[in-house]
Design a protein around this ligand. Structure first.
Ligand SMILES: NC(=O)c1ccc[n+]([C@@H]2O[C@H](COP(=O)([O-])OP(=O)(O)OC[C@H]3O[C@@H](n4cnc5c(N)ncnc54)[C@H](O)[C@@H]3O)[C@@H](O)[C@H]2O)c1
Length: 399
């Protein structure tokens, strides 16, 4: 059995360990050959566990090993450097969410991808979960009629200890954002993947229940979509004890909703059958004992990425927008409306699902109509308080 796509993991922390397990669960399709971490002990312990070689420097790993693809699992603000370095070395790249913490970093990755001719994707593993795919298919088939509204709730609790547990957690400079950018991004991604292109956003953020962080622990937004439908988003890390993730999409002929990993409701005046009875091909991976549905979905995204690398095509269900300038620039210039060029690249041939695009826009407080009431105190790490009012939207657009 061959080694398949030979991976290096950059960042041997919590999610790096998950990636190592995912890669090693795909024998014949993928293998882990190197683990890179600035902390050699971390690199060594993960590498040893999975029969790979440890490095503190990615370039040294690229020189010493035969590496086809790189999984970037560093803290969020370090994604750009690691991804560009890998692309410049001719590797295909899979980046943990979020793609980057600033638009200029996202642009840098996109430019390096273009120059290198390699494939880049960003982890949006929840797009591979059957209920999410089922709802999206229902919407696209018209089962719910005309889509009128959607609600996404990402209501978690993270203790103060969580934020204190790592230097970079809760920092605007490295974490890039809080309840929305870090924890809520998956839910927002799904809402936009289901509802389509956002054209207007109004939002508020606040830091209410945590200290010594300079990111939001509550964010709320209303989103107007190109279709005319309206969405509502709530993301929090300050909601004890935390609730399951919930997404509901309403149409004038039906409703569909998911809670965590399950389809919670489906009712339609137009069709009788439940969407999961039909052509849902999500997370086709076999079940593995002890693996959560999210693990399975994560692995399904790996399989999709590996297929893209082998076939030299774009990943089929998640990817990055190579043209986010229009969206971001429009947002920054024109205030509340997120106007942008709506023309899209055609779906890549061979993709199992139409190719969606993820657009990342840094919406300034004024630009996006984001109002952060601010809070006295906690001017940690030299950041100005107002900076925390920024909201980064990782917007997944259906093609
Ligand atoms: N998809 C998901 O559901 C999911 C879940 C958790 C985390 N994440 C994302 O994964 C990323 C990492 O999160 P984590 O919780 O694993 O963090 P972590 O702090 O546990 O691990 C980060 C690791 O990167 C190493 N590192 C830092 N800078 C580096 C550099 N320049 N080169 C090489 N190694 C470097 C650190 O030493 C550390 O071992 C974040 O962007 C986070 O948003 C995604």
């Amino acid at each position: 059995m061959g080694q398949g796509v030979r991976f290096a993991i950059i960042g041997a922390g919590a999610i790096g360990a998950v990636h190592a397990r995912l890669i090693s669960s795909l024998p014949g399709s993928a293998s882990l050959v190197a683990v890179v971490d600035t902390d050699i002990d971390r690199a060594r312990s993960l590498a040893t566990l999975f029969g790979a070689n440890p490095y503190t420097d990615a370039v040294a790993a690229y020189a010493a090993e035969d590496i086809d693809a790189v999984a970037v699992c560093t803290p969020s603000a370090r994604h750009g450097d690691a991804a560009v370095e890998a692309l410049n070395a001719g590797k295909d790249v899979l980046i943990e969410k979020p793609l980057a913490t600033t638009l200029s970093e996202a642009d840098r990755i996109i430019a390096a991808e273009k120059l290198s001719g390699r494939t880049v994707t960003v982890i949006s593993q929840r797009r591979f979960q059957p209920p999410a795919v089922g709802i999206r298919h229902s919407i696209r088939r018209g089962d719910l009629g005309r889509i009128t509204s959607g609600i996404a709730e990402s209501v978690f609790f993270r203790s103060q200890e969580y934020y204190d547990s790592g230097d970079w957690r809760g920092t605007a400079s490295v974490d890039g954002g809080g309840a929305l950018m870090n924890q809520g991004i998956h839910t927002l991604d799904l809402l936009l993947w289901m509802m389509g292109e956002p054209v207007e956003v109004s939002a508020q953020t606040a830091t209410i229940a945590h200290e010594r962080i300079d990111v939001e622990d509550v964010a709320a937004a209303t989103i107007r979509f190109a279709s005319g439908a309206i969405g509502v988003l709530l993301a929090s890390t300050a909601a004890y004890p935390g609730l399951p993730v919930r997404i509901t999409v309403h149409g004038d002929q039906g409703v569909a909703g998911m809670v965590d990993d399950h389809l919670e409701l489906f009712e339609s005046r137009l069709v009788e059958r439940h969407p999961l009875d039909r052509d849902v091909d999500a997370a086709g991976s076999p079940l593995v004992e002890g693996w959560s549905p999210v693990d399975i979905a994560h692995r399904a995204q790996y399989e999709d990425f590996i297929g893209a690398v082998v076939d030299r095509r774009q990943p089929g269900r998640a990817g990055i927008d190579r043209d986010c300038r229009g969206y971001a620039g429009g947002t920054a210039r024109q205030g509340r409306r997120c106007d942008r060029d709506v023309s899209r690249r055609p779906a890549a041939s061979g993709a199992g699902d139409a190719v969606p695009e993820i657009r990342y826009a840094r919406l300034g407080r004024q630009a996006a109509g984001v109002h952060s009431p601010g809070r006295a105190g906690h001017p940690r790490r030299g950041r100005r308080r107002e900076d925390a009012g920024n909201v980064v939207l990782g917007a997944a657009l259906a093609s």
